[in-house]
Design a protein around this ligand. Sequence first.
Ligand SMILES: Nc1ncnc2c1ncn2[C@@H]1O[C@H](COP(=O)(O)OP(=O)(O)OP(=O)(O)O)[C@@H](O)[C@H]1O
Ligand SMILES: [Mg+2]
Length: 254
Amino acid sequence: MQVWTVVNQKGGVGKTTSAASLAGSLISQGYKVLLLDLDPHASLSYYFKVEQNSSPNLYDYFLSEADTDVSKLVKQTRHTALDVLPAIGSMATLDRQLGQAEGKGLVIKNLLAHVKKQYDVVIIDCPPVLGVLMVNGLMACNTVIIPTQTEYLAIRGLNKMLQTLDLLAPMMTEKPVIKIVATMFDRRLKACQQAYKALRQEFKSLLWQGYIPTDTKFREASQKGLAICDLDATSRGSFAYEKLCNDLLKERRQ
Ligand SMILES: Nc1ncnc2c1ncn2[C@@H]1O[C@H](COP(=O)(O)OP(=O)(O)OP(=O)(O)O)[C@@H](O)[C@H]1O
Ligand SMILES: [Mg+2]
């Protein structure tokens, strides 16, 4: 089972959109996928319109792993090949509650051990905050996807994110594949083209070769609770995520 974590300490860069779109590409190719929402804002859970306030929930699991039945946390979607493990708002208090408690960075890794036979790929959506939730998302994964807006200011944020990864790397069981993904790329804008060039110079092979274009279809897809490929498989955005998905699958096969 592969675990792809979508992360960036910066907000609004396309993390949730990337998680939803990659899940759509994977299920269209016959993979069984679990989307795990680690953001207390629960955008991904809203996106796929799954029930969030049921009990037990992910918050309960963080506080008491042993007493929580993992199978009861997972919700089905309209796609038989796609399940969602929703977030709940109370997860925002976990940093304060867990403090420096030992082993709390491995809660999600432990959780995924329960479902590893059921899914081909798990995609984890992280909040834009460095804390216990993001650390859990990173410690559980073997691929790190870092969406970034195609603009100059993004470079500084990316360096912060890579420093965080460097800090955690010694504690991870597997060296992860890391891909920075340029999003919201508007090829008509010179500033976008220059920013992409700067990203390539600064991050070299860490930057995915392609880019995700700006496409109004993403907003429409999220309103309708559809992955972009289900809304319009011929859209530029759908093609771009399909290519990213295939490149990520290939990367892990190498
Ligand atoms: N390639 C794109 N083209 C046009 N709009 C996009 C694109 N990617 C994302 N968006 C839109 O930008 C907004 C922010 O995207 P998204 O929610 O995926 O970001 P995020 O990084 O998850 O944000 P947060 O840090 O708040 O969780 C959404 O309204 C989404 O529909
Ligand atoms: Mg998000």
